[in-house]
Design a protein around this ligand. Structure first.
Ligand code: DAH
Length: 335
């Protein structure tokens, strides 16, 4: 009888090793501990045994019953807490990869440009996107009725407030606050009330730069722009400088780069021209310096308005600007 009990325990334990799910476990319980189960059967036999063996065998039978019940309860608990697959857990399997978020491509490029400028001694500033007519236009030598306002399709709000159309809105704010000499960049979101296509969106990013000091000239401007572009693209890119008109700089330029999406062949991004306007820039107009409280006879400087969104498109060869603000995960997951 004692041997029978020990054998039963052994088979029970080896069957427990194969438990796969709660159904299997319930069947095992029935088989051993149920009313017609194997152990229950033995316990019944013990009752009819000769009296001198009975206490010893009875004790062993009860001990084994307790042991089996304990193992059974433990396994049941694990399955209940972790689900059926807990039993199948294989510690040598590679883990499930957790999904992590990442920076938006515009933020990645913005930070790269910031790093390049910080290494040249510039500081990074932020400013309002909800702006007054004064800082967005008038202080930049664009008074009311000036035709240059037409080129900025503006989201007008109540009482001459607007959504800034460019990051140049911070030029005079920064000069008023920090005075000269000054070296800063201001990246940020801008808005234009215009119909969208592959190269225009109502919301986009610019990165404005302003450097004011004694004796600053066009040579400083060009050298700064070139170091920036080689830092961002890690290679020399073809650029060209054309005269450009902006009321707040004199002289003003357009710095274009050879389109990297089509390599100059012509595509929707470069409007088939092979070149992309990336960086309008120029020497700060004396009227703007005056508006910021800086004496134009003592100081001069340059300003530029880098099209950050365009730069992102060039860097990652994105051929439709609207993807960037779309929030489309199929697009964003590629970065
Ligand atoms: N703010 C201008 C725009 O968005 C671009 C610009 C032109 C910025 C010349 C500048 C500059 O700083 O010097 O159209």
């Amino acid at each position: 009888m004692e041997k029978k009990l020990q054998d039963l325990k052994k088979t029970f334990m080896s069957e427990m090793d194969n438990v796969k799910d709660s159904q299997f476990l319930a069947d095992l319980k029935k088989k051993y501990l149920g009313r017609k189960g194997e152990l229950t059967g033995i316990l019944k036999e013990v009752k009819d045994m000769a009296s001198e063996e009975k206490p010893r065998v009875g004790k062993l039978a009860n001990e084994i019953k307790e042991e089996l019940t304990e193992v059974f309860n433990k396994t049941e608990k694990i399955i209940k807490n972790k689900g059926d697959q807990a039993i199948d857990f294989d510690p040598t399997m590679p883990g499930t990869k957790r999904q992590t978020g990442h920076l938006h491509p515009s933020t990645i490029v913005q930070q790269e440009v910031e790093d390049a400028f910080v290494s040249m001694g510039f500081s990074v500033y932020d400013g309002p996107q909800l702006e007054s007519d004064y800082y967005n236009f008038t202080a930049l030598n664009i008074p009311e009725e000036h035709p240059a306002r037409d080129s900025h399709d503006t989201f007008w709000l109540e009482q001459n407030w607007l959504l800034r159309t460019h990051t140049s809105n911070l030029q005079v704010r920064m000069l008023e606050k920090h005075g000269a000499p000054f070296r800063g960049i201001f990246p940020g979101r801008c808005f234009r009330y215009e119909s969208t296509d592959a190269s225009h969106d109502h919301t986009f990013f610019q990165l404005e730069g302003l450097m004011i000091d004694k004796g600053i000239n066009i040579g400083n401007l060009i050298a700064t722009m070139k170091s920036l572009l080689s830092a961002v693209f890690n290679t020399d890119v073809d650029v060209r400088l054309r005269p450009g008109f902006f009321p707040f700089v004199e002289p003003g330029f357009e710095m274009d780069i050879k389109c990297l999406v089509c390599e100059g062949k012509g595509c929707s991004v470069c409007k088939q021209s092979g070149w992309v306007e990336l960086m309008p820039c120029g020497m700060v107009h004396p009227e703007v310096l005056k508006a910021g409280g800086v004496d134009p006879n003592e100081y001069s400087g340059f300003a530029f308005g880098l099209g950050l969104t365009r730069l992102v498109m060039m860097k990652y060869r994105i051929d439709d600007i609207r993807l960037l603000e779309s929030g489309d995960l199929r697009f964003l997951k590629q970065f």
